[in-house]
Write a protein that binds this ligand. Structure first.
Ligand code: NAD
Ligand code: MG
Length: 393
């Protein structure tokens, strides 16, 4: 029996994680679930999965949460605040931590799980983009295993040889990593209409059902940019090792190209329960509730190259990756501010890349390594991005 903490239980990944866990009551027990704003959903989840702790990120809603807990008959202890998130991520009783908080807010609890040598199922890509070397070094030092949940990285992990040495592509006869992306809802939309893209249009992804932030990131392809950086850190890759391939059907979730001409791909329905189940059970496999892929029903699989004018954020992220940690931390921070402003109707879709680019341009190059420096760059970039955003509204 493995004990699991689900950080970000009320989100899209969190709900899918609890769904997979519920299919295997003899294998997994929930220790803690955490949420931020959807208190009712959090209590409904607690009623079903009976965790020891229910954690609320937002301290100001503690009384409301206590009242709801008694209304729902939830007997778990209710905790709140940032320290409680770290506590349930690192508690001695916990074997597995699903890191599924969205954005930089997930960094500290995810790092706490890594430092406590947990099996960390990493969905929260922003945490790794923000902290890169520090995150990977912490895992190396503690002995934590990092299992990628992002579908592309989970696919790459499955396609790499089992004895793959971090960063040593040549040693495994690997030519390159093919990172696939659907291109989002605006792959064929007339470029001259991009400034008019509405929140509703940007929030409807053709293949995946996800949280709003990552859905907008998929529309701008900043998501692929963050994933590019994520892949570099997870597998020890150089930027030249990765080619981004557009694949609108999202059936292939990424590939590894070997020097002998072989390409190994991982395929499946666009359903996050597959990578979640893989991460939970690794190195074994468990049923995920996902139907088998029926090749007689598959439409044509097509491929393309992303067009830079359509997806300026992708190139920004690749350039930041080449530049180093300060740039990727700042880009992630600026993007969180810009996407939130877009979702609130304050800026246009095309302004997202502008805020990101201008934030990077306004800040001096810098070398950062400590957690304190990283958090300071995150804070400073958010301030710059907010200023730029205000100038656009
Ligand atoms: P979501 O918006 O659906 O859920 C986010 C979760 O984080 C919620 O539980 C929310 O309560 C919590 N949260 C939000 N702000 C918080 C804060 N300030 N403090 C603490 N908790 C907070 O997002 P999602 O789509 O589930 O994505 C979660 C993470 O997984 C993201 O980093 C995303 O990039 C990554 N991811 C998601 C998918 C997907 O299919 N949804 C796929 C790959 C990777
Ligand atoms: Mg992904």
């Amino acid at each position: 029996m493995q004990t699991v903490t689900v950080l970000g239980a009320t989100g899209s990944i969190g709900c899918n994680t609890l769904d997979v866990i519920a299919r295997h009551p003899d294998a997994y027990r929930v220790f803690a679930i955490t949420g931020h704003s959807q208190l009712e959903l959090l209590m409904q989840q607690a009623k079903v999965c009976s965790p020891r702790y229910v954690v609320l990120a937002d301290e100001s809603r503690y009384q409301e949460a206590k009242a709801l807990a008694s209304e729902y008959g939830v007997t778990a202890d209710i905790l709140c605040g940032p320290a409680a998130l770290e506590d349930v991520a690192s508690a001695g009783e916990v074997d597995i931590v699903m890191a599924a908080i969205v954005g930089g807010a997930g960094l500290l609890p995810t790092l706490a799980a890594v430092k406590a040598a947990k099996k960390v199922l990493l969905a929260n890509k922003e945490a790794l983009v923000m902290s890169g070397a520090l995150f990977i070094d912490a895992a190396r030092q503690s002995g934590a295993s990092i299992l990628p949940i992002d579908s592309e990285h989970n696919a790459i992990f499955q396609c790499l040889p089992q004895d793959f040495n971090y960063g040593d592509l040549a040693g495994s006869g690997i030519h390159s990593i093919l990172l696939t992306g659907s291109g989002g809802p605006f792959r064929t939309r007339d470029l001259s209409t991009f400034a008019d893209i509405s929140v509703e249009e940007a929030c409807s992804h053709p293949n995946w059902d996800m949280g709003r932030k990552i859905t907008v990131d998929s529309a701008t392809m900043m998501n692929k940019g963050l994933e590019f950086i994520e892949a570099c850190w997870l597998f020890g890759l150089a930027t030249e090792d990765i080619t981004v391939v557009l694949h609108p059907q999202s059936t292939i979730h990424s590939m590894v190209q070997y020097v002998d001409g072989s390409v190994i791909a991982q395929l499946g329905h666009p359903d996050m329960r597959t990578p979640i189940a893989y991460g939970l059970a690794w190195p074994e496999r468990i049923e995920a509730g996902v139907a088998p892929l029926d090749f007689s029903q598959l439409a044509d699989l097509t491929f393309d190259t992303p067009c830079p004018e359509r997806y300026p954020n992708l190139q920004l992220a690749i350039d930041a990756c080449k530049e180093g940690q300060a740039a990727t931390t700042r880009l992630n921070a600026a993007n969180e501010v810009a996407v939130e402003a877009f979702l609130n109707g304050a800026i246009r879709f095309t302004d997202i890349a502008r805020v990101n680019q201008d934030t990077l341009n306004k800040m001096e190059p810098l070398t950062v390594s400590s957690l304190q420096q990283i958090l300071e760059q995150d804070r400073a970039a958010r301030e710059v991005a907010q200023q730029i955003t205000r100038g656009l509204t």
